[in-house]
Write a protein that binds this ligand. Structure first.
Ligand code: FAD
Length: 396
């Protein structure tokens, strides 16, 4: 299906990103998979190519291009020719904007240039051993000690956790409010900031997902990002874009799986014919193509809305929910069509199947997405409860 959101300049950009991925990223796939982490040089090379934090102003070394389509292209080309565990988009477009949009002029000048060159790698640390979906349950705390904040707590499942030089840490700063959170930039080398294990995972083996520990870390006042105690609402502000980033990637992964499966079923024979000739196979492929194309039209529409500042939280939740569930269904069908080969690590579909499973869990689980969508159609038990309490109060 011809996609209508891209112009000639986007297509030229896609060609250059494709060459970059094919030359600098793809050849490292197996090595990074084995070592459980990508090489730092990958970020430096992406920086050299001008692919990091493209939205950042030219005065910091960025390209000043906020058009989401460029990041969408990077995400898609990384899915096709890069490496699923190379979380360059998390660095550029998920974490970077916290500094870009919440940072003071001094903070932006201090941090953005090295993030744009790839010398500094970014991560965001929200999840804790006892708080994932329920962000308001965060226990890490930062106490105001006059000249600095004293940060204590631990985080887990943090992407880019080992490589990160700057980590945006969410901590409680108001003990009396469930939403009394703030964001802090914790820098590599700060005393008391320790990294735990590079966690062993089902998939995304080349991605360094780790634990982080903060023991009496003295975070300078000038590393508070955004307004004190407003962290919860600041996090919410970025969610729509984060979910769209995810959705673009999940869908691209499904498209890649479809393509490699198409090649496989045309080659492989059983009962004197190719696997592709069985009606069951043709119907499965038809269903996959239909779903991917329909989803693509929706995602491209979301990208367009986002570029116009119109993407709302529930539309982004629909995009994330639909594409992550579709990705998992497609991977499962593609493994099935590969037969035993699909279960073998040496076939790309095997790793893709394992990589996909997390898409329904992180960046807001499928259940949380359904919750958001249900509320958007007026099914919100919290409002019902609130109304009942108000009615009781007025009756009393
Ligand atoms: C590979 C990987 C990378 C990650 N990267 C990062 C990162 O960079 N930074 C970061 O901060 N975090 C990161 N995470 C954490 C991720 O965001 C959380 O795992 C996710 O939010 C779910 O939280 P949880 O694991 O605590 O599950 P829980 O919140 O304990 O959920 C368990 C189950 O209960 C369901 N559930 C929870 N609440 C509800 C509800 N209200 N209604 C219905 N069902 C519900 C969930 O959907 C899920 O099925 C990463 C996780 C993984 C696996």
């Amino acid at each position: 299906m011809r996609r209508k959101i891209f112009g000639e300049e986007h297509e030229m950009f896609r060609d250059s990103v494709r060459s970059f991925m094919q030359k600098e990223i793809q050849p490292n796939r197996d090595k990074w998979h084995e070592q459980g982490i990508v090489d730092r040089e990958a970020f430096l090379k992406a920086g050299e190519q001008g692919l990091l934090l493209m939205w950042a102003d030219e005065k910091y070394g960025g390209a000043g291009v906020s058009d989401f389509r460029y990041e969408q292209i990077i995400i898609e080309e990384n899915a096709w020719y890069g490496d699923a565990g190379f979380f360059m988009t998390l660095h550029s477009r998920l974490v970077g904007p916290y500094i870009g949009q919440l940072g003071t002029e001094e903070q932006k000048a201090r941090w953005l240039p090295k993030c744009i060159t790839g010398e500094h790698i970014l991560a965001v640390a929200i999840t804790e051993p006892g708080a994932g979906s329920d962000v308001a349950g965060i226990r890490s705390r930062a106490e105001d000690k006059g000249e600095y904040f004293l940060l204590n707590g631990s985080k887990t499942y943090i992407s880019n956790g080992i490589l990160a030089d700057l980590v945006i840490v969410v901590a409680r700063t108001d003990q009396n409010s469930r939403h009394g959170l703030s964001l802090f930039v914790v820098e590599r080398g700060m005393e008391g900031f320790e990294r735990g294990r590079n966690l062993r995972k089902m998939g995304l083996k080349s991605q360094d997902t780790s634990e982080l520990f903060f023991n009496n870390v003295k975070v300078p006042k000038e590393n508070l990002l955004g307004e004190l105690n407003r962290g919860f609402y600041q996090l919410m502000h970025f969610l729509a874009e984060e979910r769209l980033l995810g959705a673009a990637g999940y869908l691209a992964a499904a498209d890649v799986a479809f393509d490699i499966t198409m090649d496989y079923i045309k080659e492989r024979k059983a009962f004197g014919q190719t696997i592709a000739d069985f009606q069951n196979t043709r119907f499965m492929m038809a269903d996959m193509r239909m779903n991917i194309d329909v989803a693509q039209a929706f995602i491209d529409q979301c990208v367009d809305e986002h570029n116009h500042g119109e993407l709302n939280a529930d539309t982004a939740a629909k995009a994330k929910l639909f594409t992550s569930e579709l990705e998992c269904r497609v991977m499962d069908d593609c493994v099935q069509l590969h037969g035993g080969a699909g279960y073998m690590d040496e076939y790309p579909i095997c790793r893709m199947y394992l990589n996909a499973r997390v898409s329904r869990i992180y960046a807001g689980s499928s259940e949380v997405m359904r919750e958001i969508i249900a509320r958007s159609v007026g099914l919100d038990p919290r409002k019902k409860k609130k109304k009942a309490v108000e009615n009781q109060a007025s009756a009393a």
